[in-house]
Design a protein around this ligand. Structure first.
Ligand code: SF4
Ligand code: SF4
Length: 134
């Protein structure tokens, strides 16, 4: 027997925010799992792509603590295979935007020694600052 799940206001607000930022009709996801099956980075993720879609669909804000959004490489493998033409990478990007707006810095330039800064490829530093700082 089908079960009706009712979302509270905060969950609806979260779902609508991610749908607006991503531009994806997340509620169309039918949980087929094709995205998870084809994702080349799924073994590194704590929630696989279809779980991310499910959690967002249910307005579960603890999805923000998942590391999956940072692992997603926007390779679009899931996007081209999704029978609903959903783009999970855009959902990951929307989650990252929300997280970055919390303005919590995870990298302090002062803690990176001059020696380390010289060794690190500049693109890695730029990418890390983009992802891990406000
Ligand atoms: S492939 Fe598309 S429809 Fe299937 S679970 Fe992933 S996002 Fe949802
Ligand atoms: S876009 Fe992200 S979620 Fe989709 S297959 Fe690539 S790494 Fe996985």
């Amino acid at each position: 027997m089908a079960k009706i799940i009712k979302l509270d206001d905060k969950s609806v607000e979260f779902l609508e925010k991610i749908m607006e930022l991503s531009g994806e009709a997340i509620t169309l996801c039918d949980q087929c799992g094709t995205c998870s099956a084809g994702c080349p980075f799924v073994v590194e993720m704590d929630l696989n792509p279809s779980e991310i879609m499910r959690n967002v669909m249910l307005g579960q804000q603890d999805v923000m603590e998942s590391k999956t959004m940072w692992i997603c490489a926007s390779c679009f493998t899931c996007t081209v295979r999704c029978p609903r033409m959903l783009d999970v990478s855009k959902v990951s990007e929307a989650l990252r935007q929300v997280k970055l707006r919390e303005a919590i810095d995870f990298i302090n330039m002062d803690e990176i020694s001059e020696e380390e800064a010289k060794k690190l490829p500049s693109i890695a530093l730029v990418g890390a600052f983009r992802k891990f700082t406000r």
